[in-house]
Design a protein around this ligand. Structure first.
Ligand code: NAP
Length: 314
């Protein structure tokens, strides 16, 4: 008999039930169950799990897993457990997720490029000033991270007339994008980006990468978009750069602590736009289908799709 597949998530129960119903539809021959519905003694029989932002300590109670399918693209919170309990980690690679992220990147790049924060402020103060138009072709956008989401976003921005550069761990050659790598590459992309967008994974090497050292090399009136993970950006350094009028604006979708605490100074800063981690959410339609295909393929062949490199952390 096939072992049960736990579905482990911190999301509200109603949200979890939606995913569960979708998995029941896609995997009628499997027993996909909420973690609580699998008794402790038989958790050890489970070969693999499906997770959506799980509590690592609950995932740890399934102590004999071969692999874990994440429905999220970012898996930094599971790396340590995967090393300790020696399971493989499969992250979500979904073209639909990349498309959704690209749409968000375009939307908020246009928001900054067309100076919407300034017009909102003018309206509040009943000020009528026509600011000069600058074409997208004169706006340099730099993307940190040229993976699934970074590349999809870069192509969307190119289609909309922006000038693009990107930075990655390994040097890339991508049509229409000035590609950089290494510390010197980071310096160059920063120097030329009117809008710098972060789509890096959170790893020991990328934590705090957007800090005062980097921010001081941006051109005057540049903006930041962080759609990756909160700890990639040093919040105090960002606030200092905004207060010193070194930066025009920042759009933040991700934070060190989520939900962003009520007492955070970020909420009320006039040059910040705060979003509640909505840039690109995994879809029960497409992401569940990809996870189900991975499981069916594994059941047939014993083979896993591409797994996360636990040493690199992404
Ligand atoms: P990915 O495919 O793994 O791409 C990661 C990119 O970052 C790669 O280009 C990689 O370089 C580069 N990179 C990693 N470490 C680096 C370093 N030390 N120096 C320079 N470049 C480095 O990841 P993805 O699917 O695009 O996702 C990116 C992140 O987006 C996720 O990890 C997640 O945190 C975040 N995310 C946020 C949301 C949201 O709603 N806000 C939604 C989904 C995902 P190489 O190509 O050379 O390996």
């Amino acid at each position: 008999m096939k072992s049960a597949i736990p579905f482990i998530s911190r999301k509200p129960l109603e949200h979890q039930q939606q995913w569960l119903a979708r998995f029941k539809q896609l995997l009628p021959d499997e027993h996909v169950l909420l973690a609580n519905d699998i008794e402790e003694p038989i958790r050890t029989n489970c070969e693999f799990a499906i997770v959506l932002d799980p509590e690592p300590s609950i995932l740890a109670t399934f102590n004999n897993l071969k692999w874990v399918q994440s429905l999220w693209a970012g898996v930094e919170s599971l790396i340590e457990l995967a090393k300790q309990q020696q399971f493989e980690l499969v992250r979500m690679i979904d073209p639909k997720l990349a498309e959704t992220m690209a749409e968000a990147v375009l939307a908020w790049s246009l928001y900054l490029h067309r100076e919407m924060p300034s017009f909102a402020e003018q309206q509040q103060n009943k000020i009528w000033i026509q600011r000069p138009y600058r074409p997208a072709a004169e706006c340099n956008i730099g993307i940190l991270g040229l993976g699934e989401l970074g590349q999809a976003s870069a192509h969307k921005l190119i289609q909309n007339g922006f000038k693009l550069s990107g930075w990655s761990q390994t040097q890339k050659l991508i049509g229409g994008i000035d590609c950089y790598s290494g510390p010197q590459g980071l310096f160059k992309i920063t120097q030329q980006s009117d809008i710098l967008i972060c789509l890096l994974p959170l790893t020991p090497n990328t934590k705090g990468i957007i800090n005062s050292k980097l921010l001081k090399h941006l051109p005057a009136n540049a903006s930041i978009i962080n759609f990756a993970r909160g700890p990639l950006l040093n919040t105090d350094d960002l606030l200092a750069a905004l207060d010193n009028k070194k930066l025009y604006h920042a759009v933040l979708d991700v934070f060190d602590q989520e939900p962003l605490p009520q007492q955070s100074p970020l909420w009320s800063h006039s040059n910040l736009t705060i979003l509640p981690h909505i840039a690109a959410t995994s879809s029960p339609q497409t992401a569940a289908e990809i996870a189900a295909q991975n499981i069916q393929f594994y059941r047939k062949s014993g083979q896993l799709p591409t797994t996360v490199d636990l040493q690199k952390g992404y």
